[in-house]
Every structure is written in structure tokens, then in C-alpha cells.
Design a protein around this ligand. Sequence first.
Ligand SMILES: [Zn+2]
Ligand SMILES: [Zn+2]
Length: 307
Amino acid sequence: MNDANGSGGSAVVIASRNAKDVMRKFFEKNKKRNDSCIKEIAMKIVNDYHMHTKLSPCSGDQEATIENFVRVLAGKGFKSICITDHYWTLPENIWENRPDFKGPFPETLKQILENKKMVESTEFPMKVLVGAEIETYSPDCIGGTLELKEMLDVVLLPTDHFHLKSVIQQPDDHSFAGWGKHMMKFFIVGAKSRVGHVLAHPFVPMGEHNDKPREVLDTISDAEFFDALSIANEYGNAIEINSGCLIEPIYYESLIRPFTIAKKAGCKFTVGSDTHRLATLDRYDIIAQFCDECGITEDDFSSIMIR
Ligand SMILES: [Zn+2]
Ligand SMILES: [Zn+2]
């Protein structure tokens, strides 16, 4: 684990015109927004702590390599990145439609550790860390250990991969409120497990109601979010701001409330693109805009992120 090397408080620049165009396109998709919502973004994102290479079976992009990620992001002035390929531990076939993806994946862990050794012995123009994205299968079964956490730079623990229906426990109650309750239970159990450094893309109800995040999140009160996020903070978890989710306007809008509460609960944050391809390394200004709307500043970023 690497510690912070400074506050990074000086990394305040005005977003480029190009970045404004990215935001304009994003808000065009979002009926509630117009040009007046696009303002100068004071925060510059210089970290990506959620990146999948071709090692992740859902990537499928031979160009998604550590070397290529570094090359592109070094050109954007990035200070550090963390590679977080999926590491699954359950023997079931996690991908219903891809019978060729069979678990468990001991070979994946071997490769992740080889990547870690490789980056530690390579001179890159930025700090490169190697971690993994593990899994919460059910409140009684989390695919990670404290030993694994020690072995890797950053372990991402997602608690809402409910779209992986064959292996992730589904709720008994399929109403919006039932899903909200189920999602919060996973979140709290994951937070208390301490097996991850970061709770990845929280409060995104993937699966059955993935097109209705607002309806699910509206069943969770501010007080419930505050309590759950306070627990996450108390147990030392950082909360991830994930542009792969924020790029969808319905998620962007729905997540403003819980993330504003997360800041009030004293949480620390990491940022990540959740990219699975080389071509999707252009979504960082959405994170900056989202932070601005939630009152999150660079001082709220976790010390895990080397800036
Ligand atoms: Zn994920
Ligand atoms: Zn991911």
C-alpha cells in the first residue's frame, strides 16, 4: 500500500474547451440540463483507480494494456493509476452467455501478481499500481480476504453486481424497496468486511431495475444513506466515484443525493473510469463536474490516490 505524497491542493486548473464539449454532449442526453449547467470545472482529475485490461474476460480489447493506458494518460498529465482486473473466486460460471468463461480464476490472480511485479520493476512516467476488483456474492460470501488485500495495492469491492444473476444473490422482494434494502445490506456487509480498500461504484442497482436507479434509490432515506456511509467510513473504506456509471445521465442524477450525503458523513473518495477498453479514457471531466455538484473537493480524496 502506498501512502499519500501530499495534499495535491495546487492541482487546480480550468478545464479545456474540449472538456466542455464532452460535458455539453453528456448534458444533451440529459433532458433536465442545458448549457447553463456547464461551468468552468476547477478540479482536474489526475488519477484513475479502476481500470480493466484485456486480462478481464469482459474487456475483449487487445489494446487494453497497462502500457497503452500509461501512454494515453501520461499525455493528459495523470499522476497515478491502478489496474483493477476482475478476480473471481467462485467455481460457477459467472457469465450466463459465455460458457467459455469458467471460474475459479487462480490463473487470473497469478497474472495479476505478475503484472504487479512487472510495474514495480518498470520506469513509468507516473505511478502505476496493481490491484483487483473482487466480488460480493452474498452477505455471507465475499470473494476476498485480508491476505489478498495485503498482496495487492488496491482492492476494489463492488457490492452491487446484481446483473451477474447466476452467482450474486438476488432479493426475495423484487419491488423497488426490496431492491433498495437488498443493495444496502450488501453495502454494509461489504463495508464491515474490511477486505477491500474501496467500495466500488456503490448504489448502482444493476440487474432487474438497472434502468430505474432513481426509483430504487428513492426508497432509501437520507438517514439510511448517512448511517451506511458512516459505517463505511468508520471501517476505513474509500467510496468510489465511477465515471463508467456517471456517463449515464440517469445514474449521474440519481447518485448526487447519496454522494452529497457521503461527503457529509466524512467519507474519503477515489475516482475511476472502470474502462474496459483503450478508447474510453475520456470521461474524467464528468467526475470533476459530479464532485462539484456534490460538494466534493480534492481534499476529500483518499490518501490511497497518489497525487
Ligand atoms: Zn464493477
Ligand atoms: Zn470494474
